[in-house]
Design a protein around this ligand. Structure first.
Ligand code: ASP
Length: 349
């Protein structure tokens, strides 16, 4: 018999949603990560919780500006998500986070935990002391998504839209609607507490791969929280493998790659993301040093500087180095995790 899910976990990490300004109504000059997460619960939360038969269990896992996000907070979040997935009484998890790196944390949790239950990250562009803060509505929307029976996997909820962890990016430094999923568009909209699904939650979508992953892969399926916990414990001990970027651009030279190949025994570079121009092309001066990097055991992946769509491979196209559909920020995390797992078959290329 299935256990009754009665709890919604609310995990606080800080961000502007928990920010305060000394000047009332100032939307830009404020300190992020100061209001405790339980104090963020918006008006209307009780009504939502009552109708869903849920109670909130809140925990402050960190209290920082997400520009300063650390791997140890990621690991603590991943462990909490695994614990929530393992607890039959938990319906889902809501995480409050800063906007600056929310897409990185969401992607890390999606790749490491692959939860079947909903794990909903939310944020705000204006501090809690703003004349018209966006945080309370975003948090209410995130709770509505986490309570929805059709929700699953890691998503980001902001400005009334539900975005997949693999496609969401912050695209504007100031405006309230600061996030986009590019060509894929949002997964759903939140309208007066109701979720209008535009696509099936947890549906197949290209992850880091050129091909597509299956719904089962994205939402957990045969992936057990204990696998994720083992990986997190390995990362806590050995660290996340170091992956750096090389951005192809006018005037770029071999040094851009060579700088990463100098011996740094404590933390050697294990992977490189080439952020190519256009359809994944890159400056000819990078070819030889990248080949030397590969010969030295560094894994090299290629993505594009273009923000609105993935690289398209033609039958006679350049097929080296390997292509990822992910943007540079997420490609770096995916490659690091592939190296850590010693397995690029899931979401690599
Ligand atoms: N710097 C803030 C943060 O990422 C920005 C925000 O949350 O909007 O924590």
């Amino acid at each position: 018999m299935q256990a009754v899910q009665t709890k919604l976990w609310l995990l606080g990490t800080g961000g502007t949603i928990a920010g305060q300004s000394a000047v009332e109504g100032d939307n830009v000059g404020y300190t992020a990560g100061t209001v405790p997460v339980e104090a963020l619960l918006p008006k209307g939360a009780n009504r939502l919780l009552e109708s869903a038969g849920l109670e909130v269990v809140s925990r402050q896992l960190a209290q920082l500006d997400s520009k300063d996000m650390t791997y140890s907070v990621w690991f603590a979040l991943a462990e909490a998500v695994c614990a929530a997935c393992d607890d039959p009484a938990v319906r889902g998890v809501v995480i409050t986070h800063g906007t600056d790196t929310i897409e990185e944390t969401a992607f890390f949790l999606a790749e490491v935990c692959r939860p079947v239950k909903p794990v909903v990250l939310t944020c705000a562009m204006r501090p809690a002391t703003a004349a018209s803060p966006d945080g309370p509505q975003n948090l209410l929307d995130a709770m509505a998504v986490a309570s929805d029976e059709r929700a699953g996997g890691v998503v980001v909820v902001t400005a009334g839209a539900v975005h997949r962890a693999s496609s969401v990016s912050k695209v504007h430094p100031y405006r309230i609607d600061a996030f986009s999923s590019g060509e894929q568009g949002p997964l759903a909209m939140v309208e007066e507490g109701r979720i209008r699904w535009l696509h099936q939650s947890g549906e197949a979508q290209p992850s880091a791969s050129q091909g597509s992953t299956t719904s089962k892969e994205l939402r957990g399926g045969d992936h057990h929280p204990s696998d994720a916990l083992r990986l997190v414990s390995q990362l806590r001990t050995g660290g996340l493998p170091r992956v750096e970027w090389v951005v192809s651009r006018t005037g770029v030279g071999p040094r851009e790659v060579e700088q990463w190949l100098v011996d740094s025994p404590s933390e050697p570079v294990r992977g490189l993301i080439v952020v190519g121009t256009g359809n994944g092309t890159f400056h000819q001066s990078l070819v030889e040093p990248l080949k030397r990097a590969e010969a030295a055991g560094v894994l090299v992946w290629r993505t594009t500087r273009c923000t609105q769509g993935p690289i398209v491979l033609g039958s006679s196209g350049v097929d080296w180095p390997r292509v990822t559909h992910l943007d540079p920020v997420k490609a770096r995390i995916a490659l690091a995790l592939c190296i850590a797992r010693a397995d690029c078959s899931y979401s690599a290329v």
